[in-house]
Every structure is written in structure tokens, then in C-alpha cells.
Unconditional design. Sequence first.
Lengths: 477, 267
Amino acid sequence: MIELKDVSYTYPHTVQEALHRLSLVLEPGRCIMVTGPSGAGKTTLCLAACGILCHEYGGKKSGLVTINGRDVSTYTGLSEIAKNIGIVFDDAEAQMIFTTVEEEILSALEYRGITPEEIEKRLASIMEVTYLTELKNRSPHNLSGGQKQRAALAATLALGNDILILDEPTSELDEHATRRIVEILSNLKKQGKTILLVEHKYAHFRDMVDTLVVMEHGAISAIGAPEDVLKDERIRRIVIPDFTGIRNGAAPALFASSPAISVRHLSYSYDEVPALHDVSIEISAGEFVAIVGENGSGKTTLVKQFNRLLIPTAGDVLIRGKNTRDCTITDLARDVGLVFQNPDHMFFADTVKDEIAFGLENLGIKNKNDVIDAALDEVGLLHTKTLYPRWLSRGERQRLAIACVVAMQPAIIVLDEPTTGLDGDEARLVMEILKNLQVKGHTIIVITHNRDIAQYCADRMITMDQGRVISDTQVME
Amino acid sequence: MSEILQYVHKDGFFHRLHPFSKILFIIVASVMCVFVTSIPFLILMVVALLVIAYASHLHREVIQQLKLVLIMSVVFIIITVLTMPNGATLGYLIPQGVPVIGGSIAITDGAIGIGLILALRFMVLIFAFQLFLISTQPRDLVHAMEKLHMPIDYILMFILALRFIPTLQIEGQRIHEAQLARGYNPGTGMIGKIKSVAPIVIPLVSNALLRSNVLGLTIDMRGYRTGIRTHVRERKFCTGDYAMMGGLAVTVSGFVVIAIFASGLIF
């Protein structure tokens, strides 16, 4: 059991409280799901609940946290707390220490003070429960996102603790991988495990959640049985993304007759591993296209061909009539803007303004200040112009990444999973921004696992599986 | 993307060896290549390592480093030609026909010889360490280092340094692609590399620091620092280890005998 009483916390070198007088009880065998906007303090709550804030972080702390009835500050350190609690952080990759999946789990078991026979028994059982048996000799770094999440969960389960804290365990996973994690956690709950889960995908977890907590600005704004919490319409919009009406919000520009993108019999292989097989699609100027499919189906590989980050092994890709084989990446950056899944891969400047100016300078675009203001205004971040990009919340950083691309004025904007890690309101805001850009004449292509985005925002849905386009349909709401 | 210096799961001769045998192997290889100044003997060492790699089914992984090794070899030779001219002049880096500066940097046989020795030593070290790292699971390495009574924090630090190599490699590639997509064209060659530092290195370091924080917490929360470990699946000394020990003993003895009685062969 974990109990937080009136807990407040301020990170070092900051003035704003990350947690504000927060009280919460996690009872044995129960599952609490915590959700809310990025920057609301969800991860900080996880760190507080497992004693990491108390033992490893500086900053201003007040209130009381107890684990199994004992004040966390009386534990000798994280090693002692680790005998009671297992935590899985949101970055699965960062939790992979060893070089094979089996070694990762086995190493965690070795430090539990149990016999070698018990270790072997538990290892086999955990591998089976987390569906990792076939992957035991694979390098964790080469696993898919879902497999990495399962490996991180398995290493934590190896600790054999009754309390589990999971910080966004499905954030980057497709439907299939998410369902697998849900199934594993549901079974663990049935076995009596106590679970504190930070998530945005309430719909997937609804059957196992006993208490739903919505956090905003470091405090709990709603708590209770999910059906009671969701009665409040504002809270409901945060918990469950609602994309209805976005497509009908404004009339899109007429599709031009010439295609913006023409993919002809495209095949691509990484070294000798085929990733795309004979893909042929045409995307008209001004269209809003959603590309859906499971992890590893070839979606990202396909869009990387649009700006020549990858060159076709066979076939051709034509961008506004130009064959990518005959263009440089810089040339194509004027036509195609690509927003990657993790915005933190691009930010390096000291201010938001400089971050956007970087792309403009690369392309020699004039009137920088006006263009920057217009781009920031488009995504609602004009007030952050002088801030350090990495200080922004996840949702704001995602919008800044879009602004960086919009400012470069490409006709085609491609976004890889733009709603990852965002709550319902933030996800809707991002999709509304994209819809506005479509209305202004941009061609929008969104890679997503979320079929609601395809259903309610896009004009067309392309489904990929194992490197092939398996369906290409116009979407009707 | 293939990972640099990471364990490769195979069942070859080198994989079956105890970490102690492998540690001894790289110590012997390193010490010998540092003392030896004979180019034919160093070539023999490189060939011997490649044969061991082939016999251990690790030749493909070792050959992957050949490009880096050859580039570094050329760099070593250029540096020695520029900084250590001695012996007979074979030609000039800037042809004598060029007005004013023609014939100003002499290429001497002595400098090339030293450059070759450095390059071959580098090859021996790289191949030996690579054989060790790609055939040894970090878990076995931790056990071996624990037996040598090294503090657990230092052992974990070493393991994590190795673990961060593929992370930085993959992350660097992603960041590079993200910046290229923003029209960034730092150019090729040394100037391009220097220009690309800020847009690549700043996000790389920032993200790596965040990752290292999570990694540190993971280590604590999995109890690796408690030091109380159940010994399971520990590597035992096998026939291969005794063969390796024997081979190393013969090599070292032979080396000492040659050094005393026929030093011209190796020095």
C-alpha cells in the first residue's frame, strides 16, 4: 500500500510546484490510473510514490509518503524500497542495460536473494507471461517499441514485488502491442498486484481501473470511480480524446488536379531486410491522409522516402512532379516538412524563436521575424518565443516541432505519430492545427496508430501491413 | 543498423571461453603489440586474430570495423609523415613541380615505417578488444569483475559506458535525420563535421543525460547495487579455456625466447 498525504514538491532551480498538496491512497490489489495534460505532474507523482523524490532528488519537499505503512524517508535508500515496489519508466529503451532479453531479466532476478532453482523457475514464468520466450536471445536495442516495453516490464516483474508503478507503458505502441500490455497487466491485477498506472489510453484500460485520477497543474482535479469522474464533460475531454467534427470544421481547399506525391512501385530494404514491397499511391495536393498500421508495417520507412532520407531500392517517388532521386534533401525540404515522433530529436537552440529560425536560415527564407511569429501564432505558442524549447511541456514541444516545419512553408507536411503522449485536449488541439493547415492549402499526411484520427480528421486512410498497402479508402464520418 | 562493440549471440569458440581467459588473451595481445616493432610480426598478429575470429564465427563482425581501422591507419601514417621525417626520402607530399611550396613535405621511409607500426598496433588492439566485447555477455563480465574484487559501482560504470554506445549511435542517426529534414546541409568532410556539431551534439547530449538519469534509477530500483547476488549460470572453465591458456603460455614463452635470442625478429 502507498499513501501520499498533502505532498508538495518543487524541482531544484524552479519556482513552480510540480506537485501541489497532493493526497492519494493506493490500496492493495487495486489499480489507480492517473491521466492529465503533459506537465501536470504525473511522472513526478510516480517518482514521489516510489520514494525516488525523497532519496535521489533535491528541491523543496513537504508532506508524507508511506510505503506499506512506513515513511519513505526511513528506508535506507532505493535498494531497500526496491524490495517493495517495482517501477517501469516511460522510456523503455533507457531501462535496457544488458545485451539480450534473457540476460536483462536474469540479472534482475540474481539480486533478489533467492535460490538458483527459484531463479530459473521465475525466469521461465516471467518470459511466458510477457510473451518474450521467443525473443530471449535478441538484443533489447533491436526490439520493437512494444517488445521493449514488455522487456522492461518483465525485468521489473522479476523483482517479485506486489506494488507496480507504470509510467506510460503503452505511449508509443500500436493497437496490438497495447492490447498485449493491457492483457498482461489485467492478469497481474487478478493475481493481486497493486498497480499505479500513468496512461492516456483510458479506453484500453477501462476494465481494470478501479480509480481514475485526473491531474492538472500538479494537483488532482478529479478522482473517483471512472464512471463518476467521466460525468464531468471537461474532464471527459481530457481523458478521452474527442476528434469528432474536426473534418467538418471548415471546408478544405479544393484538391489540385496534379498529385502532390506519386509513389510508383516503391520497394525498399534495410541492408537485406525488406521493409516496403511494391507500394504505389498517389496523394493529391490539399488532401489530409492518415497512414495507419502496426509497428514495423513500413509507415515511417514510406514517409522517409518523401524527403529522400531514404532512397528507393526499386521504383520511384515523385514530389510535385520531381523524382526524389534527382533532388537533394535540402531541395525537398522546401516541399516536404517532416515532423518526427519525438520532438526532442530536433531541439538544440536556446530559444523557441532561434529553433524556428534554424530551418528558415537553412532554406534562405526572408522576413524571418514575421514568418516565425506567424508560425508560432498558428500553433498557439507566440507567448513562448523567448523560452528555452526543452522547458516546454510535451504537448507544447510537439506544437513547436510543427511550427518549425510550418515556418519553412512546405506544401506537404508529414507528421509521425503527432499525438503520442498527449492528453485528449492536447491531441485534439494538434489535430485542429493540422486541419487549419490543410484549409490553408497544405497537404497533410499523418502516421498514426489512433484510428479515431483517421476516422474523424482525415479525408483518406491508407492502411499498411508488412511493407504493403493493404487498403486505401476515402473516409466518411 | 548493426551495433558497434555489442555482444553478438552466437555459439563459437570464443563465446564458450571464460571471461578470465578472454581478459588474459587481450592482455597478452596488447602487451605483445606494444613491445613489438617488427612489421612482419605485427602483420602475423593481425592475421592470427582474424583466423581466431573466423574460427569463432565472428569474422563478419570484426571485418565490419575494417573501414574505421583503415581510415585510422591512413591518419596515423599521414601524422607520422608530417611530424617524424627520418630515413630516405621517397617523394614529396606536395609535388616538386608545384611553384613556391613544391617539395616541402618529404615522405620518408622511416616515417612510413613508424606509421605502419602504429596502424598495425591499432589493428591488433581493436580486433582483440572487439573479439572480447562481442563474445562476452555483460552479465559474465560483471561476475568476472566482482571476482576480481572490483567495486560494484565501477563495474556498473564500465558496463553502462559500453551500453551507451548503441544508444548514442541510434540516437545520433535519428537526430541527424531530423536536422536534415529541416534543410540542414552542413556539407561533407571535416568542415561539414565541425558545422554539424551544435545541431547534432546538443540534442544528443541532452537526450543522453535524460536517459542516463532513468538508467541510474533503474539500476537502483532493480537492486543491482545491493551486492547480494545469487550465483546462477556462472561460466566454468572448459577445455577451450585450458587450450587458450596453453596457447597463450606457449606464445608468451616463445615471445620471450625470441626476444632474448633472436630479438631482430620482433624489434
